[in-house]
Design a protein around this ligand. Structure first.
Ligand SMILES: Cc1ncc(COP(=O)(O)O)c(C=O)c1O
Length: 377
């Protein structure tokens, strides 16, 4: 009767308004009923990401990995050399996707749980020539928010003729964290529908600034389906995921209603609540608060405590949380607080987790204290 609550780093709960919008009757995706939806979604996305006027947004039917795959083939040619900066599993994935397209990928990995160092990236660039840099804004596997703005500032000191194209995977970042493509100087941003956008999985978003868009026109060797040229010209070349577009349209209206700053604050508060809870029950929130992701918190359990067992226990009590990835599989859980999740929903979920923690009461008090200090009525 009750669906288990979701505190995952995606997919996330879906608001009722979005669910209802997705039930809208099918219409001709090239007809008068659908056209305003497309226009509104593209306009709102461009606004949200602060895309330059010469830029364009492609919304393609794919999961987030489709956005990564589209990016590597629309902005680079096989055989070109790029730098992949990785702070976890999704940074590693981006490098693999680029390699699969025949790019020569140099890896610059950073330890799990740490952000990348913009200065280390710049050191690499001083001694090498790259046509592009791939980074992850919000590394979902570790719960780290990377300093993409600081790196952009350093990159802006490189003359435009030799500056590598700066591509940011923000699949679990926007619209839960700020993204200002024009002010910061970010060429391409990648996103997906099933996280902060509060929609089901299925739409991948590629936003390209003016320079990136121009560059993409000179690139050949793309696969047919992921050629973004028609999308950047404002067309939808193949049948779009019509229902998901309706959902995204409604979700963007909710974002406007909530306000972007309020949205960012909601996620930040929940990250503090989750970390305070974890520390007070005696577990370890892994990432230092300065770099902690507003959308997902990675928690190291007590030695000997099995994360898979904890996940099963909380599932039986009515909650879904995520496990650790890669090297963190055996001792870490991840609590997501992205999408349509409120502090009240998080607190209720922490109440379930507390059943299986040693200092339950301290944990809940700590989370409540954070919430209480930020509550707005
Ligand atoms: C940062 C990041 N990049 C890429 C992906 C891959 O997205 P998808 O699973 O939708 O293909 C994810 C998914 O969690 C992600 O969090």
């Amino acid at each position: 009767m009750f669906s288990p609550q979701i505190l995952l780093p995606g997919p996330t709960p879906i608001p009722e308004a979005v669910q209802k919008a997705m039930l809208t009757s099918m219409s001709d995706h090239r007809g008068a009923l659908f056209a305003p939806v497309v226009e509104r979604v593209q306009h709102r996305l461009a606004d949200l990401l602060q895309l330059e006027e010469e830029g364009a947004v492609a919304v393609i039917p794919a999961s987030g990995t489709g956005a990564l795959e589209a990016a590597v083939q629309n902005f680079f040619r096989p055989g070109q050399r790029i730098l992949s900066v990785s702070t976890g599993a999704f940074g590693d994935r981006f490098a693999k996707v680029a390699e699969s397209h025949g790019l020569l990928v140099d890896d610059l990995p950073f330890p799990w749980g740490q952000p990348f160092s913009p200065h280390d990236v710049m050191d690499r660039l001083r001694n090498n020539s790259y046509v592009g840099i791939l980074v992850t804004q919000n590394e979902t596997s570790t719960g780290v928010l990377n300093p993409i703005k600081e790196l952009a500032q350093l990159l802006s000191t490189i003359p435009p003729e030799t500056r590598p194209l700066y591509i940011v995977d923000s699949i679990s970042g926007v619209p839960s964290v700020p993204m200002r493509m024009k002010d910061w100087g970010i060429d391409v941003v990648l996103a997906a529908s099933q996280k902060g956008f509060m929609c089901p999985p299925g739409l991948a978003i590629v936003a390209a600034g003016g320079h990136a868009r121009e560059l993409s026109q000179k690139i050949s060797g793309r696969t047919y389906y992921f050629d973004l040229a028609p999308y950047f010209q404002g067309q939808l070349p193949y049948t779009p995921a019509v229902s998901l577009w309706y959902g995204l349209d409604a979700a963007l209206a909710l974002l406007t209603e909530e306000g972007t700053e309020a949205r960012y604050a909601r996620h930040r508060i929940m990250a503090h609540m989750a970390a305070a809870f974890a520390a007070a029950v005696g577990w370890t929130p892994i990432v230092a608060s300065k770099y902690a992701s507003p959308t997902v918190t990675a928690i190291r359990l007590d030695p000997g405590q099995n994360p898979q067992q904890l996940r099963q226990q909380v599932f039986r009590a009515g909650l879904q949380i995520a496990g650790g990835m890669g090297p963190w599989h055996h001792d870490v859980v991840r609590i997501g607080h992205v999408g349509a999740v409120s502090p009240a929903m998080l607190y209720s979920g922490l109440g379930i987790i507390a059943h299986f923690a040693a200092q339950a009461e301290s944990g809940l008090n700590a989370a409540w204290e954070v919430w209480h200090n930020h509550i707005t009525i």
